[in-house]
Design a protein around this ligand. Structure first.
Ligand code: GDP
Length: 365
C-alpha cells in the first residue's frame, strides 16, 4: 500500500502531523530500511547518530515513521535521552485531540489502551505493595486485602486496570453503536440518498461540507479537523433531496488497528449511496493522496460506489486549465473557500446520482 509514497513525502507528512499535534520539528533523519533490527529498529551506527543528533538538538521527542515494536521502543528510549514514539502513537494523539462525538472519544481511548497494553514496561518492575506494608506484614490498611495477591507487581496492576478499562469501553461503544443503528434506520425511512464526503486529511472536506450546507462544522488548518461524521440535508439543483455526511479524514499509513477502531465511523461510508471525494488539487501529492483514499475505500469494499470528485483549492492552482480532470472520476474543479464551481459540483452530483439510480432500476426490473 506504500508504493506510491516516497520516503521524502512520507516524512514531510509526518512533520505536518507532528506540528498538528503541537510539536516543533527541529530535525529529520532519513533511512530506508529493508531489514529493521529486532532490538532497536535502526542499526548500531544509525542509533549512535541519533544519540548525537539528540544531544546536539536537545529534543524531547523522537518520532519514527514506521511502527516500532514495544521492545524496540523501550530499547531506544533507554539509549536515547528522549521519549520515542511511532506514527501510530502520533496519529492516536491527534485523533484524541480532535474527537468530538461520544463515539469518537470512546474509540480513540480504546485504541490508545490497546496500543499501550503490550507496551507497559516489564523492565523496571516495581514491587509496590499498596498499604505500605512489606510482604506478609499484618495490620496494614485493609484496602488491598483480597484484591491483590501479595507481591503483585505494579506492572500487573497496570495491566489489570487497562484490561478492565478496555472491556468497559467496548461495552460503551456497543451501546453507542446500537443508538447509531437506530438513527440510520430513521434516515433510511426518509428514503433520501446518502452521500458520504471522503478524502484525505486537510483536503478541505469540512470547508466544502460547510459551504454546501452552511452547517457550521469546525474547519481549521490542521490535519484531522474532522473526526466524527455529521449529516446534513441539502437540496440539489434538480430538487432532489440528499443527505450529505462528513467522515473522518483518511491518511497514508493509517494503522490497521485504527481502521478497525473507526469502522463504525466508516460505516457511514460503507452504507452511503454515493461518495463525494475531496482532493486538494493544489497539493503536490494530490494523486498519491487520492490513491490512498481509494485503497482505504477498497479495504472497506466501498471503492465501487458511484463517485464524484471535487478538485478543491483550485484557487491556489496557477493555471487551472492545466489540471487533468480525467485522472479522477467525475471531477469538478472547485474552491470551497472562494465559493467557486459549486453549482457545477451539485449538478454533477445530481447527474451521477440519477445515473446510478437508473442502473439500479435496470438491475431490479
Ligand atoms: P479537512 O481536514 O479535509 O476537513 O480540511 P478542512 O476543511 O479543515 O481544510 C483544511 C485547510 O484547507 C483549511 O485551512 C481550509 O481553510 C483550507 N481550504 C479548504 N478549502 C480551500 C479552498 O478551496 N481554497 C483554499 N485556498 N484553502 C482551502
Amino acid at each position: 500500500a506504500d508504493s506510491v509514497w516516497s520516503v521524502e513525502d512520507s516524512l514531510n507528512e509526518l512533520g505536518a502531523l507532528a506540528r498538528t499535534a503541537g510539536a516543533e520539528v527541529v530535525g529529520t533523519m532519513r533511512q530506508r530500511l529493508t531489514h529493521p533490527e529486532s532490538a532497536t529498529y535502526l542499526g548500531k551506527g544509525r542509533v549512535q547518530e541519533l544519540v548525537d543528533i539528540e544531544k546536539q538538538l536537545n529534543c524531547d521527542l523522537i518520532i519514527f515513521d514506521d511502527e516500532l515494536s514495544p521492545t524496540q521502543q523501550r530499547n531506544l528510549e533507554k539509549i536515547l535521552n528522549a521519549r520515542v514514539i511511532d506514527r501510530t502513537a502520533l496519529i492516536l494523539d491527534i485523533f484524541a485531540q480532535h474527537a468530538r462525538s461520544r463515539e469518537g472519544i470512546l474509540q480513540v481511548e480504546l485504541a490508545q489502551m490497546e496500543y499501550r497494553l503490550p507496551r507497559l514496561s516489564g523492565q523496571d518492575v516495581e514491587f509496590t505493595r499498596q498499604a505500605g506494608g512489606s510482604r506478609g506484614a499484618t495490620g496494614g490498611v485493609g484496602g488491598a486485602i483480597g484484591v491483590r495477591g501479595p507481591g503483585e507487581t505494579k506492572l500487573e496492576i497496570d495491566r489489570r486496570r487497562i484490561r478492565s478499562r478496555i472491556s468497559e469501553l467496548k461495552e460503551d461503544i456497543e451501546d453507542v453503536r446500537k443508538q447509531r443503528a437506530i438513527h440510520r434506520r430513521q434516515r433510511a425511512a426518509q428514503a433520501m440518498p446518502v452521500i458520504a464526503v471522503v478524502g484525505y486529511t486537510n483536503a478541505g472536506k469540512s470547508t466544502l461540507f460547510n459551504t454546501l450546507t452552511e452547517a457550521g462544522v469546525l474547519a481549521e488548518n490542521m490535519l484531522f479537523a474532522t473526526l466524527d461524521p455529521v449529516t446534513r440535508h441539502i437540496v440539489l439543483p434538480n430538487h432532489q433531496e440528499i443527505l450529505l455526511t462528513d467522515t473522518v479524514g483518511f491518511i497514508h499509513k493509517l494503522p490497521t488497528k485504527l481502521i478497525a477502531a473507526f469502522r463504525a465511523t466508516l460505516e457511514e461510508v460503507v452504507e452511503a449511496d454515493m461518495l463525494l471525494e475531496v482532493v486538494d488539487i493544489s497539493h503536490e501529492n494530490a494523486i498519491e493522496q487520492s490513491e490512498t483514499v481509494t485503497e482505504i475505500l477498497e479495504e472497506l469494499e466501498a471503492a465501487d460506489k458511484p463517485r464524484v470528485t471535487a478538485l478543491n483549492k483550485i484557487d491556489l492552482v496557477d493555471d487551472p486549465d492545466d489540471v487533468d480532470t480525467s485522472l479522477y472520476p467525475n471531477a469538478v474543479p472547485v474552491s470551497a473557500l472562494k465559493n467557486q464551481g459549486l453549482d457545477a459540483l451539485l449538478e454533477t452530483i445530481a447527474r451521477v446520482l440519477a445515473e446510478s439510480m437508473e442502473e439500479v432500476d435496470i438491475l431490479i426490473p
